[in-house]
Design a protein around this ligand. Sequence first.
Ligand SMILES: C[S@@+](CC[C@H](N)C(=O)[O-])C[C@H]1O[C@@H](n2cnc3c(N)ncnc32)[C@H](O)[C@@H]1O
Length: 209
Amino acid sequence: MFITNPDVERYIEELTRLQIFDENVLREMEDYGEKVNFPIVGRQVGVFLYLMAKLKKPKLVVEMGSGYGYSAYWFAKGMESGKVVLTDFQDRNISKAKEYFKRVGLEDRAEFRVGDAVEIAKEYGGIDILFLDLEKVRYLDAIKIIENNLSEGSLVLADNVLWRGEVLKDYPDKKTTVIKEFNQYMFGSGKFVSQIVPIRDGVLLSIKL
Ligand SMILES: C[S@@+](CC[C@H](N)C(=O)[O-])C[C@H]1O[C@@H](n2cnc3c(N)ncnc32)[C@H](O)[C@@H]1O
């Protein structure tokens, strides 16, 4: 299920692509994702992450589930100082991310970590932007474990919070159930003010109170 009308989606995508970034490398990353069926956030969400970094001016961004560095590129590109911490289980993904970051000259903006994203994130305090794109069944645990490591007024961003519309189901599967519980927590716990931006698969944007 498309979250947005497909024609509207196409219109937004076309407008988004009028903006020029590191096109050669970005297109390579996008083509690779399509070829091996790897779920990167895509251009619309990417530019949204870039804008969040530009507005927030974070010193520390921690990504939970970086894959080969596509979403991290957008944070790093929007940051004026500080670093983005990339995390992934897979050494192969992180090595690929390192190569891409070198090619766009952003390697000094990044720290590359292989391992469990929650365990790695625990090591950092004063996180200004936390981005969740790890296994969906971990979303709720991840935020509960890491919320005390966030700086005041930090942003929490999470991808796939509308999960192709599965969140509308009354009897959803396990992954969807956790996403729904996570959304409920981000809106209802009183610890954050949140909204869902319905681009692509739904991006949660929250500010920690
Ligand atoms: C959806 S992909 C990430 C895509 C990436 N954010 C992007 O848009 O370019 C999810 C990635 O998270 C990794 N992953 C999932 N759960 C993880 C965990 N608990 N710790 C570390 N990596 C995890 C997977 O190996 C996979 O590469």
